[in-house]
Design a binder for this molecule. Structure first.
Ligand code: UT7
Length: 335
């Protein structure tokens, strides 16, 4: 909400972080009862052991509301203080209205602005990049960014190449204006390559299918992924934007307190860690417990680090994500 006479804020800070995880846990052994797979293969190729699944009637909105309430609690802030609510998701409840308007209403943030952001696994980092820039204009003081997904609704549990990867969750951050000029986003990138859209997609009708696609009309409304292509693209492109961001900000990898990366595959994370020469622990990894939760994975990691007391004011934190679109992104912060 625009506040006439507002003094242009100097910085942006994470005022609060929160999460929501549905209670049901799906193990690798559970999946082995559904498709031809096993715990050893999934663990070795992905690093995933368990993921959480939201059973009906729980929806993306429910998880988003729970995560935002948790973040507001952490911030010690009333929902009425929020100026804008951004929900990053690839599994919104409906195309119209946005999930965000109902989340804002449910938590008591009305009449804050609200919008959904569609950038798949990059959604939360795209969201904090937008929020940081908006707060820096001085027109907004408190913006909630939520990554919320119920991927189990678009996963085909007959397809062993995809169903082993994904889980449901939400994570939220409340970003606020700060008087400390040193705090905030030091550098950010947001990239896309729509020519590669067919590497991960959820078709709604036959006309959405790429020419010559082996996907049948009986496989609409389910996620299709070319895992190997996505893997290669993730490794090369994320490393490139990480290098670019660190260089632009004049920061070295050693100076980073934490790298908070989208949890797509433990092997991708290991390659990033090796390439940056990071000591164990600096790159947050929780994919073993939650799987790939798309837009929720980065705030889930941020929340764990913060609640463990491992992040302090002044720390340098690099966020990085990559996923369907293809979309990829970085966001370097001085906390
Ligand atoms: O969030 C961003 C979006 N997604 C990603 O970042 C995903 C990136 N890609 C990946 O994580 C990996 O490509 C996967 C985990 C999806 C697949 O791992 P992979 O090492 O690339 O396996 P692959 O597709 O090359 O398959 C190797 C073999 C194949 O058997 P053949 O043809 O060599 O006999 C597959 O049929 O493994 C087989 N396979 C499986 N075996 C047991 C594929 N999925 C499974 C499975 N269990 N679940």
């Amino acid at each position: 909400m625009t506040r006439p006479g507002l003094i242009r804020p100097a910085g942006v800070r994470f005022a609060g972080v929160g999460t929501a995880l549905p209670p049901r846990v799906l193990t690798n052994d559970d999946l082995a009862k559904l498709v031809d797979t096993n715990d050893a293969w999934i663990t070795q190729r992905t690093g995933i052991k368990t993921r959480h699944i939201a059973d009906a009637p729980t929806t993306t909105r429910d998880l988003a509301v729970q995560a935002l309430r948790d973040a507001l609690d952490d911030a010690g802030m009333d929902a009425a203080s929020l100026d804008l609510v951004i929900v990053a998701t690839m599994t919104p409840e409906m195309n119209c209205p946005s999930t965000a308007v109902r989340v804002a209403a449910e938590v008591g943030a009305k009449p804050a602005g609200a919008l959904d952001l569609s950038a798949a696994c990059s959604g939360f980092v795209y969201g904090i990049n937008h929020a940081a820039a908006l707060i820096q204009t001085g027109h907004y003081r408190h913006i909630a960014v939520i990554g919320a997904e119920t991927l189990s609704r678009v996963v085909n549990y007959n397809d062993r190449r995809t169903c082993i990867l994904f889980g449901d969750a939400a994570g939220a951050a409340v970003l606020s204006a700060s008087d400390n000029a040193a705090q905030g986003c030091l550098h950010q990138t947001m990239r896309s390559d729509g020519d590669r859209w067919g590497d991960i997609f959820v078709p709604r009708s036959e006309s959405d299918l790429p020419e010559g696609s082996p996907v049948g009309v009986d496989q609409l409304h389910a996620m299709h992924m070319n895992g190997q292509e996505v893997f290669k693209f993730a490794v090369t492109q994320t490393q490139q934007v990480i290098d670019e961001t660190l260089q632009a900000a004049g920061v070295t990898a050693e100076e980073l307190t934490a790298v908070i990366a989208h949890q797509s595959n433990k092997r991708i994370l290991d390659l990033i860690q090796k390439r940056l020469g990071l000591p164990p622990g600096k790159l947050v990894i929780n994919i073993d417990r939650y799987g790939n939760t798309s837009a929720a994975s980065v705030p889930l990691c941020l929340n764990e680090k913060r609640r463990a007391g491992e992040l302090s004011e002044g720390d340098l934190v690099l966020f990085v994500a990559m996923g369907a679109g293809m979309c990829w992104t970085t966001s370097l912060w001085r906390l």
